[in-house]
Design a protein around this ligand. Structure first.
Ligand code: UD1
Length: 403
């Protein structure tokens, strides 16, 4: 018989991809709560750091994905990374004192992720990191610094893949649960309890896969009218937001030139542009050469899924969009010199294009000439990552919390 436990869990989110990931975990907690046969209760609190604040970058995700209103919004907004992270840290520190949780759940690799992990670690509150173990092995990327530091102060490391598990093992964080294989669906194979000095490293699968499976069928009903119309026409879909691309005029200009080349060959490119990218294009005086590169506003989740699903090819520097393209069976040129999601490259559905016009266009031609590769292999679990996360959190609570 499982020992009942009552846990207080704080989700900290701030940037677009974190809303999507948290929505999946929140839904799994709600399902657990509704199931009266389950012992253990989780009381959730949400803190939004305010890193993303435009309606199209934040509000729309809460509305569309049915995420409850955050108890606190720190309203940090934009700024230099150190200052932005520092302001979050101060706000979170105060919130942890006001509403002390048993466990802080932090997601991905943004400045909000790191601020949550540090604030909790300094208050001796346990941290669980969702999407742990990803590495580009390039610490000039702000996201790499955020991931490495977050993993090293976390008590539960929820990995999406075996590669991620292996990265943590190499960094000396310990032996993974079940040898790093995807955690069995119902068996509890955890030993002792986790602490920040001896964390649990658990392969649960990718919450983004849970999310795609849950929402893809709803995307056509949920998508805006104009997106449904756009999705009918043949197109490529492009997103660019990484600092390494937006803050380097040459790289940004090469990417836009490659997009224009594809558009001029007859494949219009839809480009929902992150505000950072729009600002960088304006500052550098970059305007797409072809009118068939259509710069549009950032999209809601359903609109994005709709356009991804119907795209002939995807061009992106986003980790999330790379995986979503794969999960929806679309070929993808990754606009980076490396990727944390290396298993994608082995499938042949994803190629690195870097940020040079010729390489991007050649990669796109290569993928387009291959035709439909059929259903993609399963790389990211079985669509039940969030259920595993809830189960492991409760198991940790049973073993670690006195009440
Ligand atoms: C952040 C994450 C990145 C994640 C991405 C998802 C870090 C270091 N990076 O990058 O890992 O993939 O979110 O989108 O945390 N801005 C607005 N409105 C907004 C938000 C941002 O105009 O609602 C503009 C501001 O000019 C800001 C710039 O975008 O300065 C960059 O925003 P920031 O939060 O620093 O990082 P992202 O580029 O969004």
């Amino acid at each position: 018989m499982e020992r009942p436990v009552q846990m207080r869990l704080l989700h900290v989110v701030g940037a677009r991809p974190q809303f999507v990931k948290m929505a999946v975990v929140h839904r799994a907690i709600a399902r657990h709560t509704r199931d009266s046969s389950r012992t253990g209760r989780i009381e959730e609190t949400i803190c939004h750091t305010g890193q993303h604040y435009d309606t199209g970058m934040s509000r729309v995700f809460f509305d569309e994905l049915g995420i409850p209103e955050p108890q606190r919004n720190l309203g940090v907004g934009s700024g230099a990374h150190g200052r932005q992270t520092g302001e979050m840290l101060a706000g979170l520190d105060a919130f942890l004192v006001e509403e002390p949780p048993d466990l802080v759940l932090t997601y991905g690799d943004t400045n909000s992720t790191l601020a949550a992990a540090l604030a909790a670690a300094k208050r001796h509150v346990a941290v669980a990191h969702v999407e742990s173990g990803l590495r580009s092995c390039r610490k000039s990327m702000p996201e790499e610094v955020n991931r490495v530091l977050t993993d090293h102060v976390s008590t539960i490391l929820f990995c999406p893949t075996e590669t991620a598990v292996e990265n943590l093992r190499k960094e000396g964080l310990g032996d993974p649960v079940a040898g790093g294989a995807l955690l069995a669906q119902n068996a509890v194979v955890l030993e002792g309890t986790a602490t920040v000095d001896a964390p649990w490293i658990v392969n649960v699968g990718d919450v983004m896969y849970d999310s795609v499976l849950h929402h893809v069928g709803r995307a056509s009903e949920g998508a805006s009218r104009w997106i449904v119309d756009l999705a009918r026409s043949e197109h490529a879909l492009m997103t660019v937001h990484r600092a390494e691309n937006t803050d380097d005029r040459d790289r940004l200009s090469e990417i836009l030139e490659a997009a224009s080349d594809l558009a001029e060959e007859g494949l219009p490119v839809l480009f929902p542009a992150h505000p950072r990218t729009v600002a960088a294009m304006e500052a550098a005086g970059i305007v797409p050469r072809s009118a068939d590169v259509r710069v549009i506003e950032p999209l809601s989740y359903y609109d994005m899924l709709g356009l991804l699903r119907s795209a002939r090819i995807v061009l992106t520097d986003s980790g999330g969009v790379q995986r979503e393209a794969f999960m929806l069976g679309r070929p993808c040129v990754t606009l980076r010199d490396e990727t944390e999601w290396i298993e994608l490259l082995k499938t042949g559905m994803s190629l690195l294009g870097g940020a040079t016009r010729q390489r991007i266009v050649e990669a796109a031609h290569c993928l387009l000439s291959r035709g439909d590769a059929g259903p993609p292999p399963r790389l990211y679990g079985d669509g039940h990552a969030a259920e595993r996360i809830v189960r492991v959190c409760l198991e940790w609570g049973r073993r670690s919390l006195a009440r």
